[in-house]
Design a protein around this ligand. Structure first.
Ligand SMILES: Cc1cc2nc3c(=O)[nH]c(=O)nc-3n(C[C@H](O)[C@H](O)[C@H](O)COP(=O)(O)OP(=O)(O)OC[C@H]3O[C@@H](n4cnc5c(N)ncnc54)[C@H](O)[C@@H]3O)c2cc1C
Length: 426
């Protein structure tokens, strides 16, 4: 039986040089792999899905980042069989505190706090290390028979005569694929978006995030902390064990200076911000700097092309929502593709792609501008603005219904939520 399955798989790979594939996904990051998994899980092996990415199969050990996976995305992951592979390594966020202080303030009063359950027993978010998440996604994709090709998409073309039928995709290893739909999940610097002539609208923040992991003497008890300091947010996010992931925002020049400091001086800067409430701290692994910017693509679709994840939008990590937004794109695109395929319609047709774009573009603009506004409101030294925002935070903290709405919004459960994010199979 095993031999037969291998033979059929081999035949299918050989066919993909000539036959038409249902979908080719450029980019095997979080967005690309999750889309592939959701489609195979819903439509089965007769729906051919190829993911091409030169980094497939390589370890992501250099990625020190961890991501806050909100409740809606956890539901998606559970529905398509991904969560089972990461649950043991995921740290639930059990509560969260927000402060707003100057760097040298001895005490940081808490302006907003919340216990993190969205439904009884369902935390509003979990922290997951990026390299573990990618490994779990690759394993699940393989299990479902997604064809994974370790090569980049070098280009694509559409024959004007048969433009409405298919798109030809060329890989860097010389392979050529023909497909009804090319999904660009190739990240913020997407070459596919550029080749498709889709412009982006946005700006740099002049800020960068220093990302490090630390170990500490005491338990964090699942508490996340966001300290709004004048240079930008300093977030302490709990990981499994006595460890936390830090996203530490500074003006770019200052971030570069700090990250290059000798160990003892770096540690002194870190302690000034982290404080000693979790006991002695030690940096684990490398220090990295990520420049921060904001953009939204002017269109999320082109002829037989759809953009998802960071290819379509990049936002400030102040609310930890970038990846979650990308996975909302994935849930919406998977739903429109599955609906079309089940009705015998062409999943790459303009009508289907328009439905996806209508669903996601407005929501993306709203979240993008909300995070942009938050960053502008908090990353400054104005005493007047500080008073205004502290009254705002205090108000949210004291009105339970408002607080609940904010938490549900942050958990991705407000608005026209795609089925997968509600935990429903397609
Ligand atoms: C400091 C920081 C902290 C963050 N924290 C959070 C958080 O807590 N929660 C959250 O939701 N988000 C967070 N984000 C955002 C999140 O990391 C990104 O939104 C997410 O990584 C984007 O995933 P993606 O799959 O869209 O793109 P990527 O992860 O960029 O994947 C793109 C893939 O495409 C591949 N590729 C590139 N070119 C080609 C090509 N031509 N052909 C084929 N493949 C190609 C690449 O090799 C890569 O694997 C944070 C971001 C930063 C900077």
């Amino acid at each position: 039986m095993l031999f037969l399955a291998g033979f059929v798989q081999g035949l299918r790979v050989a066919m993909s040089g000539r036959g038409q594939l249902d979908i080719v996904i450029a980019g095997g990051g979080f967005a690309g792999l999750t889309l592939a998994i959701a489609l195979r899980e819903s439509l089965g092996p007769s729906f051919s899905v190829v993911v091409a990415d030169p980094l497939l199969g390589r370890s992501h050990s250099g990625d020190e980042r961890a991501s806050a996976i909100v409740a809606a995305v956890r539901r998606l992951f559970a529905t398509v069989g991904i969560w089972q592979g990461i649950e043991a390594d995921a740290q639930p966020i059990l509560d969260m505190v927000v402060t707003d202080s100057r760097l040298d303030d001895a005490v940081r009063p808490v302006f907003l706090s919340f216990a993190g359950e969205i439904e009884p027993g369902e935390p509003f978010a979990h922290m997951v290390e990026n390299r573990l998440l990618i490994a779990a996604l690759e394993a699940r994709a393989k299990e479902l028979g997604v064809e994974l090709l370790a090569a980049a998409v070098a280009g694509f073309s559409q024959d004007p005569a048969t433009r409405s039928d298919h798109i030809d995709v060329e890989l860097t290893d010389g392979k050529r694929l023909t497909t009804g739909l090319l999904v660009a999940a190739d990240g913020a610097r997407s070459s596919i978006r550029e080749r498709a002539g889709i412009a982006i609208h946005g700006w740099d923040y002049g800020q960068s995030a220093i990302v490090i992991n630390v170990s500490h003497e005491r338990d964090h008890h699942g508490r996340a902390e966001e300290h709004f300091l004048p240079a930008g947010p300093f977030a302490i996010l709990p990981l499994k064990g006595r460890r936390s992931s830090l996203v530490w925002t500074e003006a770019t020049k200052e971030a570069e200076r700090i990250v290059a400091l000798p160990d003892a001086e770096f540690h002194a800067e870190l302690e000034k911000r982290f404080k000693l409430h979790l006991g002695e701290i030690a940096v684990i692994g490398a220090r990295r700097v990520h420049p921060l910017g904001f953009f939204v693509a002017r269109s999320f679709i082109a002829d037989r092309i759809a953009l998802v994840g960071d290819t379509a939008h990049v936002i400030h990590p102040i609310a930890g929502q970038g990846l979650n937004m990308g996975l909302k794109d994935v849930a919406a695109l998977a739903e429109v593709i599955v609906d079309a395929a089940r009705l015998g319609l062409d999943p790459g047709s303009a009508d289907v792609l328009e439905r996806y774009q209508r669903w996601r573009r407005f929501d993306t603009m709203a979240m993008g501008f909300a995070t942009d506004g938050l960053n502008r409101l908090f990353s400054n030294r104005s005493a007047a603005l500080r008073a205004v925002r502290d009254i705002g935070l205090g108000l949210v903290d004291r009105v339970p219904n408002l607080k609940r709405l904010f938490i549900r919004e942050a958990a991705g459960l407000v608005g026209e939520v795609p089925k997968l994010l509600r935990g429903e199979a397609l």
